[in-house]
Design a protein around this ligand. Structure first.
Ligand SMILES: C[C@@H](O)[C@H](NC(=O)OP(=O)(O)OC[C@H]1O[C@@H](n2cnc3c(N)ncnc32)[C@H](O)[C@@H]1O)C(=O)O
Ligand SMILES: Nc1ncnc2c1ncn2[C@@H]1O[C@H](COP(=O)(O)OP(=O)(O)OP(=O)(O)O)[C@@H](O)[C@H]1O
Ligand SMILES: [Fe+2]
Length: 548
């Protein structure tokens, strides 16, 4: 099979030919040819109009080059006739004016050769290229690109967003900083180069469940440069902070789903420090890590052609009349036709005497549980020390405070912030994830309402951070654990984030997330004194377009 791919969502006017004997898996005989003409703004960032002008000029040329290449391949193979089997194009997300040019070009080629058209989601292509080339079954996928940043896993016919940025994409955040200091676009590679000469400069670190935000870091980074901190130190601090956040949320996703494979996608994925941190994190927890070559990480038509071939083989083509572009096309909107319902990122594991959580090692000793935040060598030592002690102190404080507010939590037997160790009473028979029911999820809604009314959030209320079921002679209760990301706040938006984190984790682990979530929401409303403000804020968060 030979597929032509066309990409042009933002800066890369790119066309590719992907030829494979088996579109379902990578083989030694796969052949990928990519021709790219990059748009480089003369000043500032990407201007949509200029980018579209670039696409208008460059797309026809790269497409003809790719078609010529396909003809050569066909001739060399002794074929005569149409040189391609299908045309795949990036349908979105991206800049509308650019996408329209790509769509028009793709339709024209499909008509010219009378072959089917395949509409590819650019973000799904970023992650599938790593899955395809690694041969992994069902990995967690980290997409670190310019306009996006999210962690995904496949379950029940879709790529679920397990966590994502609450504001800008990771590359855009970095590029905004480099514009501030007067460097040309794109800024990412320049930050990488300068960071090598710098000392770590501390910046805000913001992870909420598996979501994260960059705006605070970026304001602080710009301010630091304005205040005279050497720019290379700020670059180093930015890399250490941002990439540690992305690594931590990837580890959280591995821990939540039980998966043991991680693939990386997106232009920021070309950064060596990010790849190094992810590889080190995976190595420490015994997971496999794969990053495709740079030419498949940054925007390129090769990934579009490859996923196009897989989709075409699954019969997933689109009639020309329905082949409109979608500039807000989210990865979780794609009905994944090329993977079976039995596949899943979610793997249950048998009971162990030691659990490796996302940030701590948890040992079971009879009736006690010893939780230790072991150092994470991928993080800068100063950042590592800060996170481990702060979170240990906070976890001990909030676990007790929740209990004082009528929320079941484990008793604390001992705390040692220096060693980042807490000894808890052992509670429950299983994680909520293994024992999901509407009444238990409703309990979680009720408990969240109580702690919110008391003026703090849990910070990470996933289905793994709730224990359920009877244990010994103790009754069946729903017990909240792991308050390490909690903090004091009376802001409705922070409270809403807790519910949002719960919703995302249900989407990642439950078969009927909607029913369960509404049980939690009803209970929350019945219990909370501020439910209206919180749900209004939740609508805002989910309506920002980033969330489904
Ligand atoms: C929708 C689509 O158009 C968009 N594509 C995109 O953003 O291009 P991509 O090639 O995936 O990523 C470009 C970003 O990747 C950053 N980048 C490139 N090399 C880098 C490096 N060595 N370190 C850090 N960032 C880097 C650039 O600064 C830029 O922000 C997306 O995937 O979000
Ligand atoms: N007090 C407890 N009683 C029984 N089991 C517990 C207790 N504390 C933790 N566990 C078990 O250990 C697992 C990991 O604990 P915890 O969530 O506190 O660690 P973590 O490293 O913060 O994990 P993550 O960040 O992935 O949620 C829990 O999902 C639960 O199965
Ligand atoms: Fe991209």
């Amino acid at each position: 099979m030979r597929v032509l791919g066309i990409e042009g969502t933002a800066w890369a006017a790119s066309a590719a030919v992907f030829e494979t004997p088996d579109p379902a898996r990578a083989t030694d005989d796969d052949h990928v040819f990519i021709e790219t003409d990059a748009y480089a703004p003369e000043s500032g960032g990407i201007h949509p109009r200029e980018a579209a002008e670039h696409m208008g000029e460059a797309i026809p040329t790269v497409v003809e080059t790719a078609i010529a290449h396909a003809r050569e391949r066909a001739a060399a193979a002794g074929e005569n006739g149409v040189p391609i089997d299908a045309v795949a194009f990036a349908r979105g997300p991206g800049l509308g004016p650019c996408l329209r040019i790509v769509g028009t070009a793709a339709r024209a080629v499909a008509q010219r050769f009378d072959v089917p058209l395949v509409g590819v989601n650019h973000m799904v292509a970023h992650l599938e290229v790593g899955r395809h080339r690694s041969g992994f079954d069902s990995p967690v996928c980290l997409n670190a690109s310019g306009a996006n940043a999210h962690v995904l896993g496949y379950r029940n016919g879709r790529y679920r967003v397990l966590g994502e940025t609450m504001d800008t994409g990771v590359g855009n955040a970095i590029d905004k900083f480099t514009r501030h200091v007067g460097w040309s676009h794109p800024g990412g590679p320049k930050v990488e180069r300068r960071a090598r000469e710098g000392e770590y400069h501390e910046l805000p670190y913001v992870v909420k469940g598996m979501d994260f935000s960059f705006s605070g870091i970026m304001s602080a980074a710009k301010q630091a440069v304005d205040d005279g901190v050497p720019v290379e130190d700020v670059c180093r601090g930015m890399e250490e902070t941002i990439f540690a956040m992305l690594t931590e949320v990837s580890e959280r996703a591995l821990s939540l789903t039980g998966a043991d494979e991680l693939v990386l996608g997106g232009g920021v994925g070309q950064n060596d420090r990010l790849q190094g941190m992810l590889a080190e994190m995976c190595d420490q927890r015994g997971a496999d890590f794969f990053a495709p070559e740079d030419r498949f990480l940054r925007d390129n038509a090769g990934m579009i052609a490859m996923l196009g071939a897989t989709m075409y083989a699954a019969g997933d083509t689109v009639p020309i009349a329905d082949s409109g572009i979608d500039s807000n096309f989210r990865p979780d909107e794609v009905a994944v036709t090329w993977r079976g319902p039995e596949e899943s990122v979610d793997r249950r594991r048998a009971a162990e005497t030691e659990v490796q959580g996302a940030e701590a090692t948890v040992r079971f000793e009879g009736d006690r549980v010893v939780k230790e935040r072991v150092p994470r060598s991928y993080r800068h030592p100063a950042l590592d020390e800060r996170l481990r002690t702060e979170r240990t102190r906070q976890e001990a404080r909030l676990t007790s405070e929740a209990r004082r507010n009528g929320v079941p939590t484990p008793l604390i037997r001992d705390v040692d912030p220096q060693e980042a160790r807490i000894v808890f009473q052992r509670v429950g028979g299983a994680d909520l994830r293994e024992g999901l029911s509407a009444s238990r999820v409703a309990d979680v809604g009720r408990w969240l309402a109580r702690i919110h009314d008391a003026g703090f959030v849990h910070g990470d209320p996933t289905t793994r951070n709730v224990r359920v079921g009877a244990r010994g002679d103790r009754p069946d209760r729903t017990v909240l654990i792991d308050f390490g990301l909690g903090y004091y706040t009376r802001e409705a938006e922070d409270h809403a984030m807790d519910i949002h984190v719960l919703a995302q984790s249900l989407a990642g682990t439950a078969d009927d997330p909607e029913t369960l979530l509404s049980a939690a929401e009803d209970a929350y409303r019945a219990e909370s004194e501020h439910a209206d403000a919180v749900f209004a804020s939740l609508d805002d968060i989910e309506g920002r377009g980033r969330y489904q």
